[in-house]
Design a protein around this ligand. Structure first.
Ligand code: SAM
Length: 287
């Protein structure tokens, strides 16, 4: 049996590894920012619309990456309000600062912050945004409890997670290929992963368990398109914190085999020289 001390040491190691992996892909996210944002914008627009922020509000974005979702909210809260853009990877936060300068966002603060233990006061924010991250957290129960704590009573939480693996081939194909080649084990049930909250029952369990109201869950679909095979491969190797370290560690021969198999598995989504993949998120609002 594992003792609580051992579990917390394992969690700490896993958290550190995750932070390092996200730090390594931060430049890739920044380099591909325009394409990623253009494709995924409807997901964020839904979140910000349902957050219903008012001028003067303080909005917290958790695990913000480049902060694009929070920057839409920044416009709504206006000069009298502010958004607090946070991420536990300092490299991501540095990229978000650059992004804010590019977009001319003036009412954003930036903080390195672990969503599982927030250095923020209780009831201190009016709304919380979190896109594509709760399911990656080592202890999501702690992250939801912390979100509830810092959000003022009645304040809204809007977040987005990925729907099932099969419905998100652009993200999941590479994992299947790496598994079939024995480069990674199959995902452990309940372990953090891109698809760990694809079940609305799990979303409800985490949200209601932390004291939130019954969440509203809505599917939001979009397309992830790549002009050619090379740009899809760059997306996998430069932005995926799970696949990229495994791919980079392979020998050139093994990497070529994986690459060929990924392109083979992606054949149904071929469009011109590249790909056009469906993508589906579960967007959630609660208070
Ligand atoms: C898939 S990216 C999403 C980035 C951004 N929210 C977006 O939608 O473009 C996941 C982000 O979660 C961050 N992250 C993961 N676990 C975290 C934690 N416990 N606390 C804060 N940030 C975390 C990573 O550093 C990374 O920037």
């Amino acid at each position: 049996m594992t003792s609580p001390g051992e579990t917390s040491a394992q969690h700490e190691t896993a958290r550190q590894q995750s932070r390092t992996a996200w730090g390594i892909v931060a430049p890739g996210w920044y380099a591909q920012r325009e394409e990623l944002w253009k494709a995924s914008r409807p997901v964020s627009e839904w979140m910000v619309r349902r957050l219903n922020s008012q001028p003067g509000d303080t909005v917290l974005e958790l695990a913000a990456g480049l902060g694009d979702t929070g920057f839409i909210a920044a416009r709504l809260v206006g000069e009298s309000g502010r958004v607090i853009i946070t991420d536990f990877a300092p490299e991501m936060l540095a990229a978000a600062r650059r992004r804010a300068r590019e977009l001319g966002v003036k009412n954003a603060e930036f903080r390195v912050l672990d969503a599982e233990r927030m250095d923020l006061q209780t009831d201190s924010v009016d709304g919380v945004l979190c896109r594509w991250a709760y399911m990656l957290m080592i202890d999501p129960t702690a992250a939801f409890a912390e979100t509830r704590r810092v959000l003022r009573p009645g304040g809204r939480l809007a977040f987005s997670v990925w729907a099932a693996r099969e419905r998100n081939p652009a993200l999941s194909l590479v994992g299947r290929v790496l598994e079939s080649q024995g480069h990674i084990p199959p995902p452990e049930p309940g372990a953090p992963s891109a698809f760990a909250m694809a079940d609305p029952g799990r979303i409800r369990e985490l949200a209601v368990g932390a004291g939130f109201a019954e969440p509203e869950v809505e599917e939001v679909s979009f397309r992830l398109s790549f002009a050619d095979q090379e740009s899809y491969w760059r997306y996998l190797t430069e932005t995926s914190a799970s696949a990229s370290p495994v791919l980079r560690a392979l020998s050139p021969e093994a990497q070529n085999t994986v690459r060929e198999q990924v392109h083979e598995a992606a054949r149904p989504f071929r469009s011109g020289e590249g790909y056009d993949f469906p993508a589906v998120c579960l967007n959630v609002v609660t208070h």
